[in-house]
Write a protein that binds this ligand. Structure first.
Ligand code: IPD
Ligand code: CA
Ligand code: CA
Length: 267
């Protein structure tokens, strides 16, 4: 079904509106790289502005829904079963460095489950979306997870813990194990886009720990609707609570999980 539901239209419009400012600001970042203060404050202002636009658009369309916003936090709604989960700029470090790999991520959680998701890469102008039961799409075309069956043919993407993040020793074991067994590993820097690209079959799998709900809530439903499986690395299904995620096509997901768990258990 290429037709977009009213709900998806609301989400896409909010993402597009916020993207205009982000793209303009991204163009400014390069000029700011040379200033002594650097672009960090500028980028956090861009981030907050984008979030504000998204919040206004979504609230105007669905006034009773609550919010979980990366910058502004949780805002209770009258309707307690529907909550928007928003990352206005996923891939901040890339944005700050003038690297054109970042996204806007908007999810609707219904009764604590990812119900609909929109992820927009404004530089490539790629809009990914999915709604429960309706399949996953990119710019109006149906997308599906990759069909490769073996890890030796797979290109997988991950998030490497950086300064201030826990879990580095265990992560290194996982990375080493995946290095041995796959065709290639990538680190692109936007968890939401990593998931969208798994849904589109560009990456065969993705794993990361230490994420927050807004990094993955939209990506989870998009991967699932594209035919993929999403769990925690442990195999559990409390991704939003634990921050651990493992997404891949059904043929590879379990194998990837086994490799990752075995690697960590060995220490
Ligand atoms: C980050 C990105 C990155 C992931 C980090 C996230 P932010 O989000 O998704 O890919 O590795 O864990 O925090 O801070 O750019 O919104
Ligand atoms: Ca994020
Ligand atoms: Ca962010």
């Amino acid at each position: 079904m290429g037709l977009r539901s009213p709900l998806i239209n609301v989400m896409i419009n909010a993402a597009r509106k916020a993207a205009r400012g982000l793209v303009r600001d991204f163009g400014e970042v390069e000029a700011l790289q040379v200033s002594i203060k650097g672009p960090a404050d500028f980028v956090s202002a861009a981030d907050r502005k984008a979030e504000e636009i998204i919040r206004e658009e979504l609230a105007a369309a669905r006034p009773k829904y609550g919010f979980l916003l990366e910058e502004a936090g949780a805002i209770d709604g009258e309707d307690t079963s529907n909550t928007w989960v928003v990352d206005p700029l996923d891939g901040t470090t890339n944005f700050l460095h003038g690297i054109p790999q970042f996204s806007i991520s908007i999810a609707l959680m219904r009764d604590s489950k990812s119900f609909a998701g929109v992820i927009y890469d404004p530089i490539a102008d790629e809009m990914f979306w999915a709604e429960n039961g309706d399949g996953a799409f990119m710019n109006g075309r149906r997308i599906r997870v990759g069909a490769r069956r073996n890890l030796e043919d797979a290109v997988v993407v991950t998030g490497i813990p950086h300064r201030g993040r826990a879990g580095k020793p265990g992560y290194l074991e996982q990375l080493a194990a995946m290095m041995e067994i796959t065709s290639g590993i990538r680190r692109f820097g936007s968890a939401a886009l990593d998931l969208a690209w798994v849904a589109a079959g560009r990456f065969d799998g993705y794993w990361e720990g230490g994420l927050r709900p807004w990094d993955m809530a939209a990506g989870i439903i998009i991967v699932q609707e594209a035919g993929g499986i999403v769990t925690e690395v442990s195999g559990g299904t409390k991704m939003l609570e634990s921050g651990s995620i493992l997404a891949a096509n059904p043929d590879m997901q379990e194998n990837m999980g086994e490799v990752l768990r075995r690697a960590k258990a060995a220490k």
